[in-house]
Design a protein around this ligand. Structure first.
Ligand code: PLP
Length: 444
């Protein structure tokens, strides 16, 4: 998988010279291994540094996250960070209080590995309300360290080396490395940008069908979608469902933007479609719905047999998600329906705040129907590619975005796109707009 790296991480050399040990602050004179080597020739420590490949082949297949790297770049250049998708405004007071109370009540030790009972009960209840699905909180839910961990635990639990996983692209950048780490081979299906201002991202049903065969283990589906803002329609989901049933494939759905929808768009959960209950893993979490991306609480809901496998992986990866924050999660899930309508309306206002500023600065915006990102076309600026444009934007204009190529397998496919996150305070968006106006002037 080729992807852009803005700054390369320092590589651990497989042939590190003993002098690198000196700089690491190790007191060699006190090392019994080294002392012995002086008498008996090369030590075990030295042998290990002579040509052995310390790094796994897997990590060679992906770079560090470009999204997270852009946040570091934003900090370095005092740029307005419209790169990474985290809110810069407070989380709801009720849930912060619930977290404080849980810590004060000494909920400080490991929760049950697969999730605190209160939270699992609340998730099951809300799956009933939102998806009209009956879920057994004892057997079908695994609470993880964010939906990120829920996704990788699921893939590790279900994939064998060589299994194929279908992914729509552009895709949330974690899915590529997730597939590599779980030994699966990603097969990409293109989402095409809308041709008109008010159009939708679409896919070719024939291309989707071609992606399925006897090696296909799963499809990863993210709706509402990051980075495109696409909300898959019921018709599209039924088409995907029919393929899953025909080819005996699992749907792994990432629904963390479930409540962030615009213009009356409907979120349809794959698990709620006829025939999908037994072949869907539904992933969700607190990060986006309750503006607490740093809390690291997410979950996977799956049939019992799959849940048992996910729980095993999850247990040995992390043991459990933060216990007091799970209790706060149970409280968050009791918030009334108005909370969710206000959340979506707040993001609609932010979207409509940022998009005109981007358009005025020369970007072509693809209007999102859900989630809190806007994908844009940067052709008007005449840069060689998205990475050089993103560098210019963060260093010279003072606004961080994410280069489009980080959402594609082939960097060339995203070379004319960058993504902005608008989950920010009005004043942050104002400041970004003020800086983006400089970009327009610079182009004249
Ligand atoms: C589609 C998608 N899935 C998962 C995540 C990460 O979620 P979590 O914080 O629950 O790990 C993000 C974060 O931006 C995302 O956009």
């Amino acid at each position: 998988m080729s992807r852009p790296t803005l700054t390369k991480g320092k590589k651990v050399s497989s042939t590190a010279s003993p002098s690198s040990l000196k700089s690491s602050g190790v007191d060699r004179s006190k090392s019994p291994l080294l002392a012995k080597s002086v008498r008996n020739g090369p030590s075990r420590l030295q042998v290990a540094t002579r040509g052995k490949q310390f790094l796994s082949d897997k990590v060679g297949h992906f770079t560090e996250s470009v999204i997270r790297e852009m946040t570091r770049q934003a900090m370095m250049h005092q740029a307005v960070n419209l790169a990474q998708g985290f809110p810069d405004f407070p989380a709801p007071a009720e849930i912060k209080q619930a977290a404080q109370q849980a810590v004060a009540a000494d909920v400080n030790q490991y929760a049950i590995t697969w999730g605190a009972k209160n939270l699992r009960n609340a998730i099951a209840r809300q799956m009933g309300v939102w998806q009209a699905i009956t879920v057994d909180p004892e057997k079908e839910i695994t609470v993880c360290c964010g939906s990120t961990e829920a996704m990788i635990s699921t893939l590790l639990a279900v994939c064998n080396t060589g299994d194929e996983v279908v992914i729509f692209e552009p895709f949330y950048e974690n899915y590529g490395p997730d597939a590599v780490l779980s030994g699966a081979k990603p097969k990409f299906v293109t989402l095409r940008p809308p041709a008109t201002d008010n159009g939708e991202w679409t896919f070719d049903p024939k291309e989707l069908r071609r992606a399925f065969d006897k090696h296909t283990k799963a499809i990863i589906l993210n709706t509402p979608n990051n980075p495109t803002g696409k909300v898959f329609t019921r018709g599209e989901l039924e088409m995907i469902r029919d393929l899953c049933v025909e080819f005996d494939v699992l749907a792994i759905t990432d629904e963390i933007y479930e409540h962030i929808l615009y213009e009356g768009t409907e979120h349809v959960s794959m698990v709620s479609l006829e025939g999908m209950r037994e072949r869907t893993v539904t992933i969700n979490g607190m990060s986006k719905t309750y503006s607490v991306t740093g809390w690291r609480v997410g979950w996977a809901v799956a049939p019992e047999r799959i849940t048992n496998a996910i729980r095993k992986v999850h247990d040995f990866l992390t043991v459990g998600a933060p216990a007091p924050l799970q209790e706060a999660g149970a409280v968050a899930l009791t918030l009334p329906p108005e909370y969710y309508s206000k959340l979506a309306e707040g993001y609609r206002v932010r979207r409509d705040h940022l998009m005109p500023a981007l358009t005025a600065a020369g970007f072509k915006c693809f209007r999102p129907r859900g989630a809190y990102y806007v994908m844009t076309d940067i052709s008007a600026f005449g840069f060689d590619d998205d990475v050089s444009f993103a560098k210019y934007l963060v260093q010279e204009i003072g606004v961080a975005c994410v280069p489009g190529s980080s959402f594609y397998r082939d960097a060339r496919d995203g070379a004319r796109q960058v993504r902005f996150a608008f989950c920010k305070k009005p004043e942050t968006l104002d400041e970004a707009a003020r800086r983006l106006a400089k970009l327009r002037r610079a182009q004249r």
